[in-house]
Design a protein around this ligand. Structure first.
Ligand code: DQA
Length: 140
């Protein structure tokens, strides 16, 4: 099994963003620990980050993974282009967030991705990604 881990806009700034919301890891550390977690369960990962909506759309729709973990950053809240890509990609996509998006500013409470994703994990920093790995394994 192979899982594609996509981090979208501004996730390259991890380590410099608010630690109380996003944790202390930088992007490489986050990718490494998710990769290690998946590997222990016999699952291969590919990690991808982009700040560009179109690049995220292309990666969602063109890859050889069995499932996708997607943290679309702020695009979560308004990108119908990414939502359409999720809907038509033919693979299970799990929405994740490091922070507790339900208990922050109002604009973060709404996600255009939830409707088209198979599950949603948030508020547990890197553990949100671990929950997504477990979900994809369990539902493969
Ligand atoms: C985020 C939450 C979003 O609201 C925010 O814009 C991000 C990161 C998270 O991981 O908690 O960039 O997706």
């Amino acid at each position: 099994m192979k899982i594609l881990v996509i981090n979208g806009v501004n996730l390259h700034m991890l380590g410099k963003r608010k630690e109380e919301h996003y944790g202390a890891f930088d992007l490489k550390q986050l990718e490494d620990c998710v990769t290690k977690y998946a590997k222990e369960k016999g699952v291969e990962t590919e990690c991808f980050q982009s700040n560009y909506e179109g690049a995220v759309v292309e990666k969602i729709t063109k890859n050889d993974a069995d499932g996708i973990i997607l943290n679309a950053g702020a695009h979560t809240h308004y990108s119908y282009a990414i939502a359409d890509a999720v809907e038509c990609c033919g693979k299970p996509v799990v929405e994740v967030h490091l922070s507790d998006v339900e208990n922050r500013e109002d604009f973060r409470k709404f996600s255009v991705l939830t409707r088209v994703c198979v599950a949603r994990f948030f508020g547990k920093k890197e553990k949100s990604y671990y929950e997504a790995v477990d979900f994809l394994i369990k539902n493969k």
